[in-house]
Design a protein around this ligand. Structure first.
Ligand code: GDP
Ligand code: MG
Length: 315
């Protein structure tokens, strides 16, 4: 403690460069400055059928073209995606001096087939692959100072605004994936529902999530104390979030704003503490002598076939 406080005092402007200052608050300041300098990594995955507004919402949230639609046309046969693709696009964004490396992982093709039975598989595989990559870095003897983090911190699942109920595909995807990643279910294009329809749809979905044992973000494990619990309960009441995205800018009271208003909740990171830990414990407990060299295929109880995922990375 004395050591880190001492380090802070050296460059700490808030105490007028007074090197003799030692206080616990100095640690907070040091952490803040370190975090600001390093920046944050946020990896968001969007899942849902084509046309539900995934790309638009990402652009709305981050006020720039963070998500692009591939407009490359290939031969007619390839125009219909045979399986789910996984595409990552990374951006360095900065807001009020805080740097963030944002990666949006898009999953075009999900739910677009006539038979969508296994389209959760490549997504599950991708998420587990990122945990595995992180684990391999972590158990390396020559550990990197900062492990590149490609783990999916949050998976936004787009529910079509039907106003009826969840489809079997929605239930299957969220049941399976909520065990490995933070799922944030959203009602896509919520502006197409009336307020009454929206509220009753939300309620139906909440009941269905409960009935199917689907544990979405924020999970119970996140309620560390009464205060957390209160905040999380407020978020839980709003689930699924009704979202509206827009690429259009409008002038309102002399301010430029993006068209449709977005209702949005806070997303905090428990990927590292819960989902990754679960993965890590399970992997390390296997005490598999081939741990270092072997791909994780054998651990996947869900029978994920690796060839399903086509990963392309654009930096
Ligand atoms: P994606 O295939 O899920 O990425 O969907 P896009 O973001 O490409 O959006 C598909 C179409 O829906 C576009 O014409 C958008 O302008 C429109 N759209 C996107 N978000 C919304 C929304 O919140 N409400 C309405 N009404 N239309 C939207
Ligand atoms: Mg898109």
């Amino acid at each position: 403690l004395a050591d880190s406080a001492g380090q802070v005092a050296k460059g700490d402007k808030s105490h007028g460069g007074d090197f003799s200052y030692v206080g616990i608050d100095a640690i907070l300041e040091q952490m803040r400055r370190k975090a600001m300098k390093q920046g944050f990594e946020l990896n968001i995955m969007v899942v849902g059928q084509s046309g539900l507004g995934k790309s638009t919402l990402m652009n709305t949230l981050f006020k720039s073209k963070v998500s692009r639609n591939k407009s490359v046309q290939t031969d007619p046969e390839e125009r219909i995606p045979k399986t789910v693709e996984i595409k990552s696009i990374s951006h360095d964004i900065e807001e009020k001096g805080v740097r963030m490396k944002l990666t949006v992982v898009d999953t075009p093709g999900f739910g677009d087939q006539i038979n969508n039975e296994n389209c959760w598989q490549p997504i599950m595989k991708f998420i587990n692959d990122q945990y595995e990559a992180y684990l391999q870095e972590e158990i390396n003897i020559e550990r990197k100072k900062r492990i590149p983090d490609s783990r999916v911190h949050c998976c936004i699942y787009f529910i079509p605004p039907t106003g009826h109920c969840l489809r079997p595909l929605d239930v299957e995807f969220m049941s399976r994936l909520s065990k490995v990643v933070n799922i944030v279910p959203v009602i896509a294009k919520a502006d197409t529902l009336t307020l009454e329809e929206r509220d009753s749809f939300k309620q139906t979905i909440r009941e269905e999530l409960r009935a199917n044992g689907i544990d979405v973000y924020p999970q119970k494990e996140f309620d560390e104390d009464a205060e957390d619990r209160m905040i999380n309960d407020k978020i839980r009441e709003m689930i699924p979030f009704a979202v509206v995205g827009s690429d259009q800018e409008y002038q309102v009271n002399g301010k430029r704003i993006l068209g449709r208003k977005t209702k949005w909740g806070t997303i905090e990171d428990i990927t590292g503490s819960i989902h990754y830990e679960t993965y890590r414990v399970r992997r390390l407990n296997e005490s598999n002598p081939h741990l270092i060299s072997q791909p994780p295929n054998h651990l996947d109880a869900n029978g994920v076939a690796p060839q399903h995922a086509a990963l392309s990375r654009e930096m």
